[in-house]
Design a binder for this molecule. Structure first.
Ligand code: COA
Length: 173
């Protein structure tokens, strides 16, 4: 199925949302989260999940939470702050996936644009300097975040790569 990116619809997960069609064979834990934990996470104010539709088809989702980054993890040259705080407030992109068969058509890029819009809206209300993601340790995923959001890598664990982007370094729309 070819996707018309202009007609993607974003909506917040609700109790009535039917997410049973979502497939993520690359990462079963992402499918499992969406189908079995996202609604509870939302009720518990741990994460908010956004669904992306192309017509009636659920094609993607992402989940956001509050996060923070310690200053020592931020490369000095990327910060132009004389006296930085010990920790920086960040929006955590906790999960994101495009359903099987729909990848590499730009849905992920559109989801990231929406994440940045939400982050910039937040900055009008509360301090939020970075967007942070614990990316799957897969070169395609890491390059996706570098290419589409200007994320930089700050840490590497056994199965994830921690990446951040400074909201002061990207133009708001
Ligand atoms: C990463 C992901 C959300 C990107 O969504 P998308 O709709 O494919 O994104 P776009 O079409 O805007 O960008 C495509 C790029 O994503 C990356 N990508 C494509 N398929 C991918 C896959 N199966 N796994 C990881 N990254 C992938 C590639 O860099 C690709 O670039 P290319 O088309 O030039 O090869 C999506 O590929 C996905 O759901 N992957 C599996 C789950 C995952 O890794 N989620 C991220 C967890 S941090």
């Amino acid at each position: 199925m070819t996707i018309d990116l202009q007609s993607l619809i974003f909506s917040k997960l609700s109790d009535e949302s039917d997410v049973s069609s979502f497939l993520c064979s690359d990462s079963e834990d992402l499918r499992d989260f969406l189908q079995n934990a996202a609604k509870t996470g939302q009720h518990e104010k741990i994460s908010i999940t956004y669904l992306v539709y192309s017509g009636p088809c659920l094609v993607g989702f992402f989940s956001l939470s509050m996060g923070c980054i310690t200053s020592k993890d931020v490369p000095k040259k990327t910060l132009e702050i004389e006296d930085p705080p010990n920790k920086f407030p960040a929006l955590l992109l906790a999960r994101m996936a495009t359903t099987d068969g729909m990848r590499s058509q730009g849905i992920g890029r559109e989801m990231l644009k929406r994440v940045f819009n939400i982050a910039f809206d937040l900055t009008e209300q509360i301090g939020c300097r970075f967007v942070k993601v614990d990316a799957k340790k897969d070169p395609r995923t890491v390059s996706f975040y570098k290419k589409n959001g200007g994320f930089i890598q700050i840490h590497e664990n056994s199965d994830t790569v921690q990446m951040i982007v400074d909201l002061n370094k990207i133009p708001s729309e």
